[in-house]
Design a protein around this ligand. Structure first.
Ligand SMILES: [Zn+2]
Length: 130
């Protein structure tokens, strides 16, 4: 593998990780902003039992799969929306990066993720206010 290919691979993995993490943050924002809650404090927790989430719970997509879609403590359902938003963000970044390259693809991917963020918060806002 040439060094330019290695750099491209490392950047693609990094951008995918960034996108999944942004998806996780979008879930937090979509859950809290419509309720008028802070997006900084308290740290992420289960809404049912208030247990702070640990590193396994916070892994985008994988945390949902490892926990079987439920809180590890109280078994409350997490809901399929959270991993779907994370997955959508991953795809929104990965597709342009693979098609047009890591640099221009990252810019387009971030624009797609911003659109997903606005849509997710809007949907949750309307659902709460309806
Ligand atoms: Zn819980």
């Amino acid at each position: 593998m040439e060094s330019s290919e290695l750099i491209r691979l490392v950047m693609t993995i990094y951008l995918l990780f960034l996108a999944l993490t942004l998806g996780s943050f979008i879930n937090l924002a979509a859950d809290r902003l419509p309720r008028g809650e802070s997006i900084i404090r308290p740290r992420s927790h289960c809404r049912a039992c208030q247990r702070p989430l640990n590193i396994v719970d916070l892994l985008p997509v994988a945390g949902y799969l490892i926990r079987g879609g439920r809180c590890a403590t109280c078994r409350a359902s997490i809901g399929i929306g959270a991993p779907l938003v994370e997955l959508a963000c991953g795809i929104a970044m990965l597709a342009p990066v693979l098609v047009i390259g890591p640099f221009r693809g990252a810019v387009l991917g971030l624009l797609f993720i911003a659109a997903i963020g606005v849509a997710a918060v809007s949907v949750c806002w309307r659902r709460l206010r309806a």
